[in-house]
Design a binder for this molecule. Sequence first.
Ligand SMILES: Cc1ncc(C[n+]2csc(CCOP(=O)(O)OP(=O)(O)O)c2C)c(N)n1
Ligand SMILES: [Mg+2]
Length: 581
Amino acid sequence: MGTVEPQVAQSGDVQEVTDGFHLVIDALKLNGIDTIFGLPGIPITDFTRMAQAAGLRVISFRHEQNAGNAAAIAGFMTQKPGICLTVSAPGFLNGLTALANATTNCFPMILISGSSEREIVDLQQGDYEEMDQLAIAKPLCKAAFRVLHAEDIGVGIARAIRAAVSGRPGGVYLDLPAKLFAQTMDAAAGKNSLIKVVDPAPRQIPARDAVQRALELLKSAKRPLIVLGKGAAYAQADADIRALIERTGIPYLPMSMAKGLLPDTHGQSAAAARSYVLPGADVVMLVGARLNWLLSHGKGKTWGGKEHKDWGGQKFIQVDIAATEMDSNVRIDAPLVGDIGSCVSALLAGIGSSWVKPPADWLRAIAERKDKNLAKMAETLAKDPTPMNFHSALNVVRDIIKANPDAILVNEGANALDFTRSIVDMYQPRKRLDVGTWGIMGIGMGFAVAAAVVSGHPVIAIEGDSAFGFSGMEVETLCRYNLQVCVVVFNNNGVYRGTDINPTGGPDVAPTVFVKGARYDKLMEAFGGVGVHATTPAELRKAMEEAIRSRKPTLINAVIDETAGTESGRITSLNPSAKKK
Ligand SMILES: Cc1ncc(C[n+]2csc(CCOP(=O)(O)OP(=O)(O)O)c2C)c(N)n1
Ligand SMILES: [Mg+2]
């Protein structure tokens, strides 16, 4: 229990007192939180010092958005809310994008922000960094709380933790006005006011009839398919999920961050035959995957529908913790509401040992497509063009991950994202961390820092050159904490490609084009890390192997053919095109 200087009460007795600073720290520690990702300044500078002194790991960033992304992904990896700490107004706003992104992606995090004096803020009298932060945060997160009195800190932290991790996880905002930190109270009373949250994410057991309904529908399928989402990865029910897939014999499709839940090389993976299984399946079981844009909303041509919004004829079973997810895009014939672990184990119990495997013709048809596509991919990967392109570079990354399956792969960009997802096989759960539901740029270095800090495993960040720029300054953070992160910048001189021309012939380059031949490796060298300039797959391979071996923060500037990318990577179709030519 942290205390401040003893005070002498009027009676003459020495009274142990504590304050807001220490109560917040003690409340976090009491709940098993050991790391804070943040950026100091008024009113939380002393808080960061005291937290460090109290044995918390305080990871300081160069921009709050990266600290926020770090907290969010730490939450995803650990099922404990990641903590991001920011200063008032501008710092808070910088962290807010990460909070909103965490909520969208169902990552549990708590953004704790200092704020200015309530009386002045509410009368809009122009305080230092004045802003009604609670009101602004509210629509962007699961829950938002403010604590005004030291004796309420325990409740405030407990509520924030519960809100972040229970049910569907997400972002929570906790507003701590500057005045709160210095408030004092009796140390024993303070200690008593803290709450150690019991069972913060209670299991939600699915109803028996819902399990039965799901199993009957699955049993009736001629062409069944299971789709694993990142909710399935988050659940840490890895063995049961694998058993479900293997005991039913049903082909499965991993969403991006569910890759590795089963090794991507698994015989039942239908990832290489995605465009065949989605329209072909008659019953689809979604496990922790939402029918959002990433799955074309469960309808339209991707699913065999005639037109853009037409139903493809599939029946759906959806396993999700949120009942409100059901029927969000198409009819869900068998909703199975509960936490993924409980739902999957209930399904397993119902499946027993005599489950009939899916019809052989369905499996054979998938295997044929898969073999054909994988052979085509192998051919492309074997090429060694000059200059290096996405495929020849990713062939190297693919080998490195295969040799180091415990390494965590962080990935962002457009082409740099889409090609990596399809080419680089993952072998273990929760090893692929990427742009998620929003396809957001800027998660790269925040995710990389947190992945290294939380896991202790090597981290490899495959970054488009544009994507990297959003959080690039954090290479200093990588060096400062000496984190074993190998950043590979796929440098194709711009957003999507580096070949656009300014149609006016004026001196400005096109909006998608960057400085040609930029040397991102020098940025890493500026802070004492290892910088490598790689123009061939052989150079890239040598540098990545050395980075893994040395464990030193490394940035490899991988020069990629500037003509190789496509507009928006794989999602060109979402880009509105002008009618007027
Ligand atoms: C916050 C945010 N801003 C802008 C975008 C739009 N956007 C999508 S991909 C991308 C960058 C693509 O370029 P790069 O990272 O170099 O990848 P490449 O396709 O060149 O490999 C941008 C700016 C976004 N997704 N998120
Ligand atoms: Mg690029």
